[in-house]
Design a protein around this ligand. Structure first.
Ligand SMILES: C[C@H](O)[C@H](O)[C@H]1CNC2=NC(N)=NC(=O)C2=N1
Length: 115
């Protein structure tokens, strides 16, 4: 069931419902471009996403540049976008965009870092 191909409208509706406004549908994949402060941050982000992918056992295609990281999610075995990609996009967004809440003991990074 989880390898059922989703059409463009279904994917867009799922992304909007999940608040994944930074994610686009391009050809047969979900695409998210992260802006980073520089090469070390690009590599840190890439490894964080890589960890989530391995834990999910569903792997992104990642293009790493000095000031951005572009993530593509597609289900290779199905030849397109499935719920696996939508669920993984949600988890990647949740973890990479997490920052401590206002008033938390943790200050959070006080630099642009990743967006
Ligand atoms: C060999 C293959 O990578 C594995 O069977 C799993 C793991 N990761 C995967 N990742 C993605 N994006 N699509 C797959 O079909 C897939 N299959």
């Amino acid at each position: 069931m989880s390898d059922v191909l989703l059409d463009h409208d279904q994917v867009r509706a799922l992304l909007d419902e999940a608040g994944l406004t930074a994610w686009k549908v391009v050809e047969n994949a979900l695409e998210r471009t992260f802006a980073t402060e520089g090469w070390p941050t690009s590599l840190l982000l890439t490894n964080a996403i890589g960890y989530i992918c391995e834990a999910a056992w569903h792997h992104a295609d990642i293009h790493v540049s000095y000031n951005r990281v572009v993530v593509h999610l597609t289900t290779h075995s199905a030849g397109g976008i499935t719920m696996k990609d939508v669920e993984l996009a949600r988890k990647i967004e949740e973890i990479t965009m997490w920052r401590p809440a206002e008033g938390a003991a943790l200050s959070g990074i006080q630099r642009p870092f990743v967006s």
